[in-house]
Ligand binder design. Sequence first.
Ligand SMILES: Nc1nc2c(c(=O)[nH]1)N[C@@H](CN(C=O)c1ccc(C(=O)N[C@@H](CCC(=O)O)C(=O)O)cc1)CN2
Ligand SMILES: NCC(=O)N[C@@H]1O[C@H](COP(=O)([O-])[O-])[C@@H](O)[C@H]1O
Length: 188
Amino acid sequence: MSKRIAIFVSGGGSNARVMIDRFQAHPEDGVEVVLLVSNKASAGGLTIAAERGIPSLVVNRNDWATGEDLLAALEAYRVDLIVLAGFLWLIPAYLVQAYPNRIVNIHPALLPRYGGKGMYGKHVHEAVKAAEDTESGITVHYVNENYDEGNIIFQAAVRLDPDDSPEQIAERVLRLEHGNYWRVVRGL
Ligand SMILES: Nc1nc2c(c(=O)[nH]1)N[C@@H](CN(C=O)c1ccc(C(=O)N[C@@H](CCC(=O)O)C(=O)O)cc1)CN2
Ligand SMILES: NCC(=O)N[C@@H]1O[C@H](COP(=O)([O-])[O-])[C@@H](O)[C@H]1O
C-alpha cells in the first residue's frame, strides 16, 4: 500500500518537481503524490503537477479560513501525509488537528536559527548573510500551529564561504533540499 501525499506549494515548485519525478520513477519507494495544493494560481508547481498528470487545487483566503473544501479534497484523495514545499501561509489549527504528526515542512536554514514569521525564501538567506554565519542548511520538521516550531525530523548543514552572496547561499541550500527532502519523506 503506497503512502499517499499531498504537496503544498506557493512558488516555483522545484522541490515538488524533484519529489514527484523521484516517486513516479521509483514505485518501489511506496510513495505516491496524489494532489498538489497551492494558494497562488500562478504557482509554477501547478504547471509541474499538470505536466505529470497530478490533480491540483488552488485555495483562496475564504477556503483557507473555513477549510471545508480543502479537508474534503484531502479526504477524497485519501491523503496520508501533507508535505509543505515552499508554502507561505500559516497552516491553521483545524488542519494541524486533522493531520496530527502528518504534516511536514522543509525550512531553508538550521532551525531554531532563522525561523518564524517573515523568515521565508530570500529573507532567510539574507539573515544568514547579515549574521556572517559560517554555515547554513536545511531542516525538515513536523508542523504544529506555529511557524517553524514543530519537532525536528532531519537537518543537514553546508559550510559557507565568507564572500557567498544570499543568492549563492540559496543555491547551496536548495541543492541540499533537492537531495534530501524526498528521502526524508520516503522514510516517514
Ligand atoms: N502552522 C504552520 N504553518 C506553516 C509552517 C509551520 O511551521 N507551521 N511552515 C511554513 C513554511 N515557512 C517556513 O518554513 C514559513 C512560510 C511563510 C512565513 C511567513 O512569514 N509568511 C508570511 C506571508 C507570506 C506570503 O503570504 O507571501 C506571513 O505569515 O506574514 C514564515 C515561515 C508554512 N506554514
Ligand atoms: N520558510 C519556508 C521557505 O522559505 N521555504 C523555501 O521556499 C523554497 C521553495 O522553493 P521551490 O518552490 O523551488 O521548492 C525552498 O527553498 C524552501 O526551503
